[in-house]
Design a protein around this ligand. Structure first.
Ligand SMILES: Nc1nc2c(ncn2[C@@H]2O[C@H](COP(=O)(O)OP(=O)(O)OP(=O)(O)O)[C@@H](O)[C@H]2O)c(=O)[nH]1
Ligand SMILES: [Mg+2]
Length: 509
């Protein structure tokens, strides 16, 4: 991770902006006060153009030349004394402060996309006094000089990282400033309330009254924050995908479903329990939402090293799941292993799939709902999935609750029935809060934390009002909330946030 102090804004920075691999074109970017003088020193213009005098947003044809080692073709321009050995034939784009990505003078050199060519040109630029840019340093300057805020900076990262069309649309909207405006509105409203209370505290003798509908106002803001938090989850899900783990006892039909979703015979399916002995991951899309699906091993009591590893891997991926699809074989009565999984899903987001409904059925939704009552006697402790010490009564209740509220879908992959319902249940999970599109926002993990902290302080303020605590306490919490909202957009300086955002960027962005 890079430290903020290394991002010295006085330096002129340069980097290869394209992926350094054999390709048709490559781009090198320079930003800072010395961009034009540096470019002028290494650029040979057949038209004898004086780069220092050219207009912004113009394009110039020429050659990058090096006076250094005598190698290749030598060209000289008697007019401006520029001469040297040709490294490459290029096009130079000129952008001048403040109308550029960084708000500084920026030059982009489009050259041929050879790794060696790019490297040689970059080294030449560095020799003339530029410094190699750190990750995200161009975007960092755009933030520091006020062209964009941190919410927009995050969206730039997400444009580069976009893995789905929906994700890209969203990131572009965010760059346009829509999400920033929404956040600013929330913050302004809170600031207004804070100001009102502060006046009340500061001038106790005068006729200053507390803002009317104080609690109401705070609760409305709390709702909006809640909406944003859900929106940031949905945005991530839409772009990066939902980790969806298919689990259930051996032979339940997990791999059959996995292959169906993938539309290929990716994993082995067989009537022998314990067929799958590894975790297999693939990505599919359901109505534009990427889903990272995992097929897991159904066996719970490993007999050998391989199955032990498989069970341990399954347990670890289960723990990371955003969504669990628990398969229960409808053609057989619930077994100890089923109970084990039903117990495990207690605090997971889960869809239960009753499989093989083309066969005579031994269980249905009712059986599952009623299961909770006697589950505690049946659960087999899974040694590798790990056991906890929750008392049976609490456990029974929790299982009952999770079974009551989770969607149950009946399918037969063999007869192709119920699979649309499963698709719908997955989409309902992703869009469960029904957040409107304009409220979806990409936030980094750190930004999400700040948002949650802001909400926590706000709720504390509401709590203080409910408990009739002194108004100073209320305002202190509101202040904390405001600080965290300020950090989010970059108004309040927060080194850790800046470092965490820009360290994720690639060099040259
Ligand atoms: N009748 C019927 N059989 C099915 C259905 N789905 C799967 N099966 C059969 O059930 C058996 C087990 O299927 P798998 O997909 O290998 O089960 P699994 O859950 O991956 O099992 P493990 O890998 O051992 O944990 C196979 O013989 C499948 O053909 C279905 O919808 N109907
Ligand atoms: Mg399998």
């Amino acid at each position: 991770m890079f430290k903020l102090k290394d991002y010295n804004t006085k330096d002129t920075i340069a980097a290869i902006a394209t992926f350094p691999a054999k390709s048709a074109l490559g781009v090198i970017r320079i930003s800072g006060k010395k961009s034009l003088p540096i470019a002028a020193k290494i650029f040979y213009s057949p038209k004898k153009t004086n780069l220092q005098k050219v207009k912004a947003f113009t394009l110039h044809y020429g050659f990058i030349v090096d006076s250094g080692p005598k190698r290749g073709i030598f060209i000289s321009n008697r007019l401006n004394g520029r001469n040297g050995y040709i490294i490459d034939e290029v096009l130079l784009s000129i952008m001048r402060a403040p109308n550029s990505y960084t708000k500084e003078d920026v030059i982009e050199i489009s050259c041929h996309g050879g790794v060696l060519v790019l490297d040689k040109i970059l080294k030449l630029i560095l020799k003339q006094g530029a410094r190699l840019a750190l990750p995200g340093e161009f975007t960092y300057r755009a933030v520091i000089y006020g062209r964009i805020d941190l919410i927009q900076a995050q969206s730039i990262f997400d444009i580069v990282e976009a893995r789905s069309e929906n994700g890209l649309d969203l990131a572009i909207r965010q760059l346009g400033g829509e999400a920033s405006r929404g956040l600013r509105e929330i913050k302004d409203k809170l600031k207004e309330i804070f100001g009102g209370i502060q006046a009340f505290i500061d001038f106790p003798e005068e006729e200053v009254v507390l803002p009317a509908g104080l609690k109401d106002g705070l609760e409305k803001i709390d709702q909006k924050l809640e909406y944003l938090i859900s929106g940031s989850f949905e945005a991530r899900a839409i772009n990066e995908g939902v980790k969806c783990v298919i689990c259930g006892r051996a032979n339940a039909g997990k791999s059959t479903l996995f292959n169906y979703l993938l539309k290929e015979e990716r994993v082995i399916v067989s009537p022998v329990p314990g067929t799958t002995r590894d975790v297999i991951e693939e990505t599919i899309t359901i109505k534009g939402v990427p889903l990272r699906i995992y097929d897991t091993a159904g066996i719970l009591e490993p007999k050998d090293l391989v199955t032990r590893k498989a069970v341990a891997k399954s347990a670890s991926i289960f723990a990371q799941a955003d969504l669990v699809v628990l398969m229960v074989d409808g053609s057989r009565p619930l077994s100890g292993d089923d109970y084990f999984f039903l117990d495990k899903i207690r605090d997971k987001n889960v869809i239960i799939v009753i499989s093989k409904i083309d066969k005579k059925q031994k269980i249905n939704e009712d059986t599952l709902h009623k299961t909770a009552g006697y589950l505690h006697r049946q659960i087999r402790p899974g040694r590798i999935y790990g056991e906890d010490r929750t008392s049976n009564a609490i456990r029974r209740q929790a299982i009952g609750n999770s079974l009551l509220y989770c969607p149950i879908v009946k399918v037969s992959v063999l007869k192709n029935t119920g699979l649309n319902d499963l698709e719908k249940a997955v989409l309902d999970f992703v869009y469960k809060k029904g957040v409107a599109r304009e409220n979806l926002v990409f936030l980094s993990a750190y930004q999400q934390e700040l948002l949650k902290k802001a909400q926590f302080s706000l709720r504390q303020a509401i709590d203080f009002i409910n408990k009739n605590h002194t108004i100073d306490f209320v305002n202190l919490s509101i202040k904390e909330s405001l600080d965290n909202l300020g950090k989010l957009t970059g108004e309040v300086y927060c080194e850790e946030l800046l470092e965490s955002i820009f360290s994720n960027f690639c060099i040259g962005k």
